[in-house]
Design a protein around this ligand. Structure first.
Ligand code: AMP
Length: 438
């Protein structure tokens, strides 16, 4: 602890010393509106304040307000936060503020580990946005793209690396990734990285990072494996809870339909016609299911696409770009692909297949209702999946409302839910309900 405090004091001292030095880079952005007290209280550099103004980030989100000052002071921190809470900037700002000016062919000073290629691109882009006015080199290293291109970027020198564990291991094994200069490492979406099976890679990577580094970990959920990772590789991290369970509960309307499996597709088509979503993600459990559903939807609706891990990287990038720009309205996705999608105009989430893991429900639903907007989520539940629905409800501490479209009720109807309270559910009631299959 004393060691940590000392470390933290040393870091804050050296950072404040750096802050006093005139910066080589001048802000290029014109000032429109000054960020409000929140950001200007954080003793950020002029160039950073200008970048925030340019990005139109006028007030810090709760994650940013809670995390940035302590991360700048050098603490190891765990943040329970989903995408959509502004967590990327919460680690990008301290990283950018802590970078030492370097010459050409510099070795990276910060490393961000992310679970998917899509997230790597998204995080890199957020860094680029926030690095406006600086000569900072940010490189994304992820699979599905030729390694040579990325290796060339790395060779030219870089300050920040954002990468997926698999591709980073490739670079480490080739000896082309220099890690001796790393001062800050971020594990983003740690729970998902562990779900995917990246634990051995993550551990190897962390073991190659300097011990004196600072480590930040973000995770939507903190199951025991994430906690164990933090215990082994972080220095007494403080845990800050910014979980959006309440946001999901309060701002996203959540319904379920009971439906027979063979009627699911027709129900989906009817629901889309009825709701006419601005943009929707339709989640399926499997890649094949994703393909099949998107093919069938495309016969009935325009602007439909599917995305899953079997697609070529180029196709995935194109689908994501089209979804972001609004060219695609209905995106059918698997959990891994859907996770981390950050498009504010997503109005609807449709769980065509109920997720296998409860936490995936939270991740899926969190794709809507972004940045305080309203959203709605529908979950299709077949008669055999009653217990899965109950598990989801226990996980989010809320009962989903039953929705109906005439002609699509499951033949095997649920019992009347006499125990559906209008106020917040209490645990005992839900426990009774878990025994009742639909
Ligand atoms: P994230 O949780 O990092 O995926 O961020 C979600 C979205 O919020 C991104 O589109 C960011 O550009 C945006 N964002 C992050 N911080 C702010 C802020 N302080 N003000 C407005 N938008 C923000």
């Amino acid at each position: 602890m004393a060691e940590q405090k000392k470390r933290s004091r040393q870091r804050s001292k050296s950072r404040s010393e750096r802050a006093e030095k005139p910066r080589a880079e001048k802000p290029r952005a014109e000032k429109k509106t000054q960020p409000t007290a929140g950001f200007s209280d954080m003793q950020l550099s002029e160039v950073m304040l200008a970048a925030l103004t340019k990005a139109d980030y006028l007030e810090p989100t709760p994650v940013q307000a809670g995390l940035i000052p302590r991360a700048i002071a050098g603490e190891d921190l765990m943040g329970q936060a989903q995408t959509g809470t502004g967590k990327t900037a919460a680690f990008a700002i301290p990283i950018l503020e802590g970078l030492e000016p370097q010459g050409k062919k510099a070795d990276p000073q910060a490393l961000v580990l992310v679970p998917t290629r899509e997230l790597a691109v998204q995080v890199r882009d957020e860094f680029i946005k926030l690095a406006a006015g600086r000569k900072t080199h940010i490189v994304a290293l992820y699979g599905g793209k030729p390694i040579r291109e990325q290796a060339e970027k790395l060779r030219r020198g870089t300050d920040v690396i954002v990468g997926t564990p698999g591709r980073l291991m490739d670079f480490m094994n080739r000896g082309t990734l220099q890690m001796g200069n790393l001062r800050l490492v971020v594990l983003d979406e740690a729970d998902r990285m562990l779900d995917i099976g990246f634990r051995p890679d993550i551990e190897k990577i962390l073991r190659h990072c300097p011990r004196s580094r600072q480590t930040l970990l973000f995770s939507a959920t903190i199951p025991p494996p994430v906690r164990r990772l933090a215990e082994r590789y972080m220095r007494k991290p403080d845990m800050l809870d910014f979980s959006t369970k309440d946001v999901a509960v309060e701002t996203i309307e959540q319904f379920y339909f009971t439906v027979d499996p063979e009627k699911k597709f027709e129900l989906l088509a009817q629901l889309i016609r009825r709701e006419d979503p601005a943009q929707a993600i339709i989640f399926c459990r499997t890649r094949r299911g994703t393909d099949r559903t998107s093919r069938r939807l495309a016969k009935k609706f325009d602007r439909v696409a599917g995305i899953h891990g079997d697609l070529m990287q180029q196709s995935r990038d194109r689908v994501m770009a089209d979804f972001r720009s609004g060219k695609i309205r209905l995106l059918v996705a698997t959990d891994v692909m859907g996770r981390g999608i950050d498009v504010t105009s997503i109005s609807h989430i449709i769980n065509y297949d109920i997720p296998e893991f409860c936490d995936d429900y939270i991740h899926r639903v969190g794709r809507t209702g972004r940045m305080g907007r309203e959203g709605v989520a529908y979950t299709f539940v077949t008669p055999e999946e009653g217990n899965e629905l109950t598990r989801v409800e226990m996980r989010i501490n809320r009962l989903l409302k039953r929705a109906e479209i005439a002609g699509f009720e499951a033949a095997d109807k649920p019992e009347p839910s006499e125990d559906k309270p209008s106020a917040k559910p209490v645990f005992g009631r839900r426990q009774r309900r878990i025994r009742r299959a639909l």
